[in-house]
Design a protein around this ligand. Structure first.
Ligand SMILES: [Zn+2]
Length: 56
């Protein structure tokens, strides 16, 4: 089922692009996560900020 609401679509895109990677176990966590859902560490999360375009 496609997402019709532009605001929700934008939010979904942001959630795909902005997430946190755990340096300890490598689990992918939500942007708003304050601790890893894989290993529970809060100090191991690193913000992953992926580029959307060819610009660097
Ligand atoms: Zn972890």
């Amino acid at each position: 089922m496609p997402i019709a609401d532009p605001a929700k679509k934008q939010l979904a895109m942001e959630r795909k692009l902005f997430f946190k990677i755990c340096m300890n176990c490598g689990a992918k966590n939500p942007y708003k996560a304050d601790k890893c859902r894989g290993c529970g560490r809060s100090n191991a999360l690193r913000l992953k900020n992926r580029q959307t375009g060819p610009k660097k």
